[in-house]
Design a protein around this ligand. Structure first.
Ligand code: ZN
Length: 53
């Protein structure tokens, strides 16, 4: 979908997917690493960065 790396990085940055319920969260990378962010649906703390395969 993204046409060039900068745009793709911008789209991915700040978007994380809950590993348990697959809901997308918009948050800061540091907050995910710190574990301060949690899924609003299932309270899971485990997220992965949004990337296309
Ligand atoms: Zn979840």
């Amino acid at each position: 979908m993204a046409k060039f790396p900068e745009a793709e990085a911008r789209l991915i940055k700040g978007k994380f997917i809950c590993r348990r319920c697959k809901s997308v969260m918009r948050t800061d990378t540091r907050r995910v690493v710190d574990g301060t962010v949690k899924c609003r649906r299932c309270n899971n703390h485990d997220f992965k960065a949004k990337r296309k395969k």
